[in-house]
Design a protein around this ligand. Structure first.
Ligand code: 5GP
Ligand code: SF4
Ligand code: MG
Length: 458
């Protein structure tokens, strides 16, 4: 998901709307904004892309100097309007809105406990658990109640909570998801990725630190923490696949990091070939890096159709097969008669790679060598990215040679874990240089109650 927040700007909701467009890649299932002018609330949520969720007139009615927004990618809870964020609540101390990126790992347990005490839940989202905990706190002030609530939750959360005159920002003790702060004149903004600052003309200030709690209101900014027990483990998949290439996470530009992943992959698994191609869009940077390191020319061998809707109806197997060509097509003149190296950022189920290898052969490629700019994904993610259960992950049950056969490639190599860490180049004395690597190594940075956490991932 993507979160955005801004305080102290007369066009706060309009800027949030722009910010959400920049965070669209982080979630396409729903979008929403909550804003306030200090008294009244303004809110709207809708399904689909930001441009679909907000129709004509929806934004015009918004006013306010404070706003938060959200783009949703479903990992916990189902894809329906009740679960669209920001969630809005009235409670004993007033009202609040909550926008959350990340997945809690103990939401199911907490929900059961809260329900046993009489709480009535209106959504299936883990974010509502946070709201109930805030409402139950004995602290009358919002920041205090948020701090109280965070003592109970475990997992990944980049969080924006607001009432009519305060913006409260928090990041989990592991800093699993990215969250950055920016300034626009006298306004303070917060976003999942720095690309949202560029779109509104804000200046990057700094990244939110693991365990931090930041309060922005008319008295200024309070930079404090909700826990002392922190250890950074930033999701490495943000760099590999999820984040936008023009964003910087902890000062490391995502495009440059991907290029270095491609270069490192070339070091580890070079091959004689005629042309390097990437799977658009997320693998383009790595493919350029691989080409630079090997001296083999980079070419645009695959074209993505930007206009294909996400809900294409696939009535028969034959039409389903053709649907692959709707999204991607090969540039025949680039691959025909050539030994092609196809770079992708990751293999999860293996279906994408298989389809593309076939497509390249249909277009006349003589050989297709697949190079993946990350290690094999062998474990599920509980923190809000890959939702696949272990059975769905091709690398969980198959050897690399078996995967090669399944995707019908002439050769296949993955990047090593050490090579990946070296290429991203984060300087951090924490384990794994301050990254979460759990989907590759199985070592989760938080406690996980597998029985509770797994069924929640639907
Ligand atoms: P597969 O068909 O192997 O499951 O999908 C891998 C491809 O899907 C890659 O090209 C990757 O860019 C793309 N992809 C789409 N969503 C995700 C995601 O949530 N996680 C990862 N790792 N890759 C994804
Ligand atoms: Fe990211 Fe993988 Fe960790 Fe999930 S398990 S947070 S995808 S590194
Ligand atoms: Mg891809």
């Amino acid at each position: 998901c993507g979160v955005f927040g801004i305080y102290n700007h007369k066009e706060a909701p309009q800027l949030t709307y722009l910010g959400l467009h920049a965070l669209q890649h982080r979630g396409q299932e729903s979008a929403g904004i909550c804003a306030s002018d200090g008294e009244k609330w303004y809110k709207h949520r809708g399904m689909g892309l930001v441009s679909e969720a907000f129709g004509k007139g929806d934004l015009e009615k918004f006013k306010g100097h404070i706003a938060i927004g959200h783009t949703r990618y479903t990992t916990a809870g189902s894809s329906k309007i009740e679960n669209a964020q920001p969630l809005f609540f009235r409670y004993a101390q007033g009202s609040m809105a909550v926008a959350h990126n990340g997945n809690l790992v103990n939401a199911a347990v907490l929900r059961k406990e809260l329900e046993a005490k009489g709480s009535i839940f209106q959504t299936t989202s883990d974010t509502e658990v946070i709201a109930h905990l805030i409402a139950r706190s004995e602290r009358p002030d919002l920041p205090g109640a948020v701090k109280d609530a965070l003592q109970h939750i475990k997992g990944a959360y980049a969080l924006c909570v607001m009432n009519q005159n305060q913006l409260v920002i928090a990041l989990d003790p592991n800093g699993l998801r990215p969250l950055s702060l920016g300034r626009l004149g006298d306004a303070i903004c917060v976003a999942s990725e720095t690309c949202a600052f560029d779109i509104i003309g804000a200046e990057y200030w700094r990244d939110v630190q693991p365990g931090e709690l930041i309060i922005v209101d008319e008295n200024g900014i309070v930079e404090t923490s909700h826990t002392e027990k922190t250890q950074r483990s930033m999701c490495i998949f943000e760099y590999i696949y999820f984040a936008r290439p023009d964003s910087d996470i902890d000062g490391i530009n995502v495009h440059m990091a991907r290029k270095r992943l491609g270069k490192q992959l070339a070091k580890e698994a070079s091959i004689e070939a005629d042309v390097i191609i990437g799977v658009p869009d997320s693998s383009t940077s790595a493919a350029i890096g691989f080409a630079e390191a090997t001296g083999i020319p980079y070419e645009i061998g695959l074209i993505k159709n930007r206009y294909v809707g996400r809900t294409f109806i696939q009535p028969s197997q034959e039409l389903r097969e053709r649907a692959v060509h709707l999204k991607l097509s090969a540039v025949r003149k680039v691959v025909e008669g050539k030994r092609v190296v196809m770079i992708d950022d990751s293999i999860v189920r293996g279906t994408t790679s298989n389809r593309i290898v076939r497509m390249l052969r249909e277009a006349g490629a003589k050989e297709v060598h697949v190079r993946i700019s990350s290690p094999p994904v062998m474990n599920p993610c509980f923190y809000g990215i890959d939702t696949s259960s272990r059975e769905e992950l091709i690398a969980a049950t198959k050897s690399i040679e078996e995967i090669r056969l399944a995707i019908e490639a002439d050769s296949l190599s993955f990047l090593s874990v050490d090579g990946m860490l070296e290429a991203i180049g984060r300087e951090d004395s924490a384990p794994n240089r301050g990254h979460c690597l759990a989907c590759f190594t199985g070592q989760y940075p938080t406690e996980i109650d597998f029985e509770e956490a797994l069924p929640a991932l639907k």
